[in-house]
Design a protein. Sequence first.
Lengths: 142, 145
Amino acid sequence: MSIEVLLVEDSPGDVRLTTEAFRDANRLIHLHVASDGVEAMAFLRHEGKYVDVPRPHFILLDLNLPKMDGREVLAHIKKDDNLKTIPTIILTTSTAEEDIIRSYQLQANCYLSKPVQLDEFESVVKSINDFWLTRAKLPQPR
Amino acid sequence: MSIEVLLVEDSPGDVRLTQEAFREANSLIRLHVACDGFEAMAFLRHEGVHADAPRPDFILLDLNLPKMDGREVLAHIKNDESLKTIPTIILTTSNAEEDIVRSYQSHANCYLSKPVQLDEFEEVVKSINEFWLTRARLTQRRLDG
């Protein structure tokens, strides 16, 4: 069975790094990409061209995004009775205490800093795979 | 600086295993134990004997507890503006899909199965330390405590 992950990220470089790092870490992962907040919500709500997409087991969400930012996406997910059970991890370059507190207040499941160095980036993706996609119990998509 | 962890667990055996595993994994961790849900909330709200208790950086919560069960403790934590920012991990023997879904609905940050085997138990504690207490960003106590 594949593990469906939604990555919400506007930087093509970071999308590519994340895709490659997950491919190395776990071949069962099927990574879907939304490049702004509006697209992420359309994906999650199966709107328009996303009518047939799977419900993700897990969401990786950047905070700074065009159109609708990650804070707003997070608030929408965690206020929706159907979507709120999907673990949503903030992965952002921001290390501002205000962003960390605000994210946990909005019920982010976890907050991670996006590293700048390539090998550190791979190590973060590997730890996400080891902990969240191997160790933690996730709800089964219905 | 020490890392304050609150373990809410009623089984003395599991408390002891968790203490030993954390001691081996990370000597900066100070583990506080509440053995029922009522005591956990008193600790978090600094009530009675817990007046001087530190705000935990992180909470490990069993679901099946005497007096007030873990589901209710979780709801109290995640509906409290001050407490909701403390990452709260469910650590329980239950593998029931209903408990998993219900915990995430109540905004548990994560759900982990408590293993029965000793070496597996040590592995779980090690992975909590590696991911949550080393990798993840937690809120700073001084700013919102």
